[in-house]
Design a protein around this ligand. Structure first.
Ligand code: IMP
Length: 427
C-alpha cells in the first residue's frame, strides 16, 4: 500500500474475495471499481461463509470503509439485500459503506435483455451470469444509462426512465414478443430504493483522493479477471467492463500515479466459467476431480467451472497488462492429491512456439500447451503456515511459477479460511 490494486489474473474466480479480506485487515478503505452482481466473492472467517456480490469483502473488517465506484453497475435489490444480510449477520455497514453518485443502475429490463441476447446468440452464447451487466454497460456507452445521481431529481429520473422503457419495449415486447415492462412497478421500486440509498451516496473520487492525501491505506478491488476484460480478455467471451488494473483509475477517479502496487491473484491451476477457448483444460476425469476438490462451482450462478493446469502464458500476459508486482497464489491445497503436475510454459501454434497470449480466438483455439512436468507432493498442506514447512515439491512448484512469470509469490492460500494462509518472506 498506500494504494494497492488487487486484480484477478486469469478468468475470474481466482479467490480474490479471500485475498481482499486478508489484505484489508490493514486497510482503511476498500474500493470496488467495476462490474456488478456478476461477481461472487467468497470469504470464510471462523467457519462462517459469506458470499458477497457487490459489497467489497473488506466490509468484514469493522475498521474499513467500503466504496462502490463509478465504474460499477448497481442492482438496487441485490445491494439492499446484501446490506440486510450483513446487518443480520452482525456486520454493521452504518457510516462505512458508500456508493458513487456516478455509478449506473441495473434496471429490470437489463436482465430481460441479457437473457434475450444470450438466447439469440444460440451456439455462440457467451454464458453470461444473467445479472444484466452487458445491457447496463451498453446503455452507459450509448449514453442513455441511468445513474444513481439521477435519482436525486425525481422528474428527470422519470423522464429518462420513460424514454428507456419505451425504447426497450420496442425490442422486448414488439420485436421479441415478451411481456411489456411494467412502468409503474419500475418507478415505484426505484423511488423506494432512492429513500434507502440516499445516505450512502458519495463522491467516491473526492473521498478516495482525500484518503490518499491523508496517507490512508487504500485497496482497490477488481472483480472478474484479466481474461474477462472487454479490451484485454478473450473477446467476445468477456464481461463488459475493465477488471484490469487500469479499470481502477477510471472506475474510482484516482490518477494512475496514485497506484503504488498491483497484487495479481492467480489460482495454482486455471478455471473458467462460460464459453470460450481454454488451452490447458483438463480431460473430463481430472476436470471432475479438481472441480470437486476445489469446490469449483460459481458463487453467483452455481455453474460448474471448467478446470485446467496453471498457464504461465496467461500469468505473464496478466503481469504485463496489469503491471503486477507480486502474486497471491490461491488454492494450492487443491493440487495436493496428484502424482505429477503440469505447468504450461508456452504454446505451440502451427509448429511455432508462442510465448505471448494471442488476441485472435481462432489462434488461441488451435494453440497446444507446451508443458513442464513437476512432481506432486501428495500430503495435505492446509495446516501449513510457513513456506519452509511446505513439502519440497510444493516449494519447487511455487518457485517455478515465480521464475517463469518473473514475479515473486507473496501470499499463498492453502484453504478457504482467512487463517489458512502462508505469507512468504518479503511480504
Ligand atoms: P457477464 O459479466 O454476466 O456479462 O458474463 C460475461 C462472461 O463473464 C461470462 O463468461 C461469465 O461467466 C463471465 N463472468 C462474469 N462474472 C464472472 C465472475 O465473477 N467470475 C467468473 N466469470 C465471470
Amino acid at each position: 500500500m498506500p494504494v494497492t490494486v488487487i486484480v484477478g489474473s486469469q478468468w475470474g474466480d481466482e479467490g480474490k474475495g479471500k485475498i481482499v479480506d486478508l489484505v484489508s485487515q490493514s486497510a482503511d478503505v476498500v474500493a470496488r471499481y467495476q462490474g456488478g452482481a456478476n461477481a461472487g466473492h467468497t470469504v470464510v472467517v471462523a467457519g462462517k461463509k459469506r458470499v458477497l456480490h457487490l459489497i467489497p469483502s473488506g466490509i468484514l473488517n469493522p475498521d474499513c470503509v467500503c466504496l462502490l465506484g463509478s465504474g460499477m453497475v448497481i442492482d438496487p435489490a441485490l445491494m439492499l439485500d446484501e446490506i440486510d444480510q450483513l446487518e443480520k449477520g452482525g456486520v454493521s455497514v452504518d457510516g462505512r459503506l458508500f456508493v458513487s453518485h456516478r455509478a449506473h443502475l441495473i434496471m429490470p429490463y437489463h436482465k430481460t435483455l441479457d437473457a434475450l441476447n444470450e438466447k439469440s446468440l444460440g451456439s455462440r452464447a457467451i454464458g453470461v451470469t444473467g445479472r444484466g451487466i452487458g445491457p447496463a454497460y451498453t446503455d452507459k456507452y450509448t449514453r442513455i444509462g441511468i445513474r444513481i445521481v439521477d435519482l436525486l431529481d425525481r422528474d428527470l429520473f422519470i423522464e429518462k426512465l420513460d424514454a428507456n422503457i419505451r425504447a426497450k419495449n420496442r425490442i422486448i415486447h414488439e420485436l421479441m414478443g415478451e411481456p411489456e415492462i411494467d412502468r409503474e412497478a419500475v418507478i415505484k421500486y426505484y423511488l423506494d430504493f432512492d429513500r434507502r440509498i440516499d445516505p450512502l451516496v458519495k463522491d467516491v473520487s473526492i473521498y478516495l483522493n482525500d484518503a490518499v492525501d491523508a496517507g490512508k491505506q487504500v485497496l482497490c478491488e477488481g472483480a472478474q479477471g484479466t481474461l474477462l476484460d472487454v479490451d484485454w480478455g478473450t473477446y467476445p467471451f468477456v464481461t463488459s467492463s475493465h477488471p484490469t488494473a487500469g479499470g481502477a483509475v477510471i472506475g474510482l477517479g484516482i490518477g494512475p500515479t496514485a497506484i503504488t502496487k498491483v497484487l495479481g491473484v492467480v489460482k495454482a491451476y486455471t478455471t473458467r466459467v462460460g464459453q470460450g477457448p481454454f488451452p490447458t483444460e483438463f480431460d473430463e476425469t481430472l476436470n471432475r476431480k479438481i472441480r470437486d476438490a476445489g469446490d469449483e462451482y460459481g458463487a453467483t450462478t452455481g455453474r460448474a467451472r471448467r478446470c485446467g493446469w496453471f498457464d504461465a502464458v496467461i500469468a505473464r500476459y496478466a503481469a504485463r497488462i496489469n503491471g503486477v508486482g507480486a502474486w497471491a497464489l490461491t488454492k494450492l491445497d487443491v493440487l495436493s492429491d496428484l502424482d505429477t503436475l503440469q505447468i504450461c510454459v508456452a504454446y505451440e501454434y502451427n509448429g511455432r512456439r508462442i510465448e505471448h497470449f494471442p488476441a485472435e480466438l481462432r489462434i488461441l483455439e488451435s494453440c497446444r500447451p507446451i508443458y513442464e512436468e513437476m512432481p506432486g507432493w501428495r500430503v495435505p498442506i492446509s495446516d501449513t503456515r510457513n513456506f519452509e514447512d511446505l513439502p519440497a515439491a510444493a516449494q519447487r512448484y511455487i518457485r517455478r511459477i515465480e521464475e517463469i512469470t518473473n514475479r515473486p509469490v507473496e501470499i499463498i492460500s492453502v484453504g478457504s479460511e482467512r487463517s489458512q494462509t502462508i505469507l512468504k518472506a518479503g511480504v
